[in-house]
Design a protein around this ligand. Structure first.
Ligand SMILES: Nc1ncnc2c1ncn2[C@@H]1O[C@H](COP(=O)(O)OP(=O)(O)OP(=O)(O)O)[C@@H](O)[C@H]1O
Ligand SMILES: [Mg+2]
Length: 247
């Protein structure tokens, strides 16, 4: 039975897509069967973060309308256990059916170990798609106070949806800036009231990998890629210490 995990944030551009791709590849490396779903209708880009931009990829609406079976989801060229359903680009978000999406997820749960859903910025239809059926939500923030404050709004909304398994991932952390802000991991957890699933350093390999149309985890074993592997291993229930940041 797949665990459905939504990757969400308050503010846009915090690194949801980057972390969704990195953690999905890391889970697949652990031998898990993983399906990624891009819920960013109209602005999809999870295929780029996964290094699958050149491949033909079905959208989740192709599958939930029954045009293609789930087994036709695009397979990752380097991580055979990992598949992707992209978001439709031309569909009006108002016309997306939450119940059809939920029905599709019921099938996904039978065939995979993990389903990671990349939510868009904001709290519209894509946010609902990603979170409505999720077993847990990873909320991604950067360390800046505005981004951390927005997490609290998301947490309040998710509480209304009765989602209680919420964890915080802090992305784009620069060790030197972190110490100059006198910010600790405990402060961040206190600010947003969520347990931490991982901290991910600022890493130029994120952009370089996307530019080379390759997955971050195929490019490097250090930095943000290592942080994604650590998050995957924590999701899978292994105790994994927080990585050290260079100051
Ligand atoms: N750890 C990192 N180090 C360096 N660059 C990063 C890191 N994480 C993300 N980025 C860059 O930041 C930008 C935004 O990242 P990403 O697209 O993953 O965010 P997002 O939360 O999915 O954005 P949106 O809200 O628009 O969907 C991208 O250009 C990405 O390459
Ligand atoms: Mg995104």
């Amino acid at each position: 039975m797949a665990q459905v995990v939504a990757i969400s944030s308050g503010k846009g551009g915090t690194g949801k897509t980057t972390l969704c791709a990195g953690v999905a590849c890391a889970l697949a490396e652990l031998g898990q069967r993983v399906l990624c779903i891009d819920a960013d209708i109209g602005l999809r880009n999870l295929d780029i973060a996964l290094g699958m931009a050149e491949l033909p990829i079905l959208s989740f609406t192709d599958v939930y309308h029954g045009v293609y079976p789930l087994s036709h989801a695009a397979k990752h060229p380097a991580f055979p256990n990992l598949s992707l359903l992209t978001a439709p680009i031309r569909e009006n978000p108002e016309h997306i059916s939450l119940s059809a999406f939920g029905h599709m997820l019921w099938k996904v749960r039978q065939e995979y170990d993990w389903c990671l859903i990349d939510a868009p910025a904001g709290l519209g239809m894509g946010f609902q798609l990603a979170t409505k059926f999720a077993d847990q939500v990873l909320v991604v923030s950067t360390p800046d106070p505005a981004s951390l404050r927005d997490v609290s709004r998301v947490v309040d909304l998710l509480a209304l949806q009765h989602i209680t398994e919420l964890r915080l991932a802090v992305n784009r952390v620069d060790g030197r800036m972190f110490s100059r802000m006198h910010l600790t991991v405990d402060d961040m957890m206190d600010d947003v009231g969520l347990p931490l699933i991982g901290i991910v350093p600022e890493d130029p390999n994120v952009i370089l990998a996307a530019a080379e149309n390759t997955a971050l985890l195929s490019k490097t074993k250090k930095g943000a890629a290592l942080a994604c592997r650590n998050i995957a291993s924590r999701l899978a229930g292994k105790r994994t210490p927080l990585m050290k940041l260079h100051r």
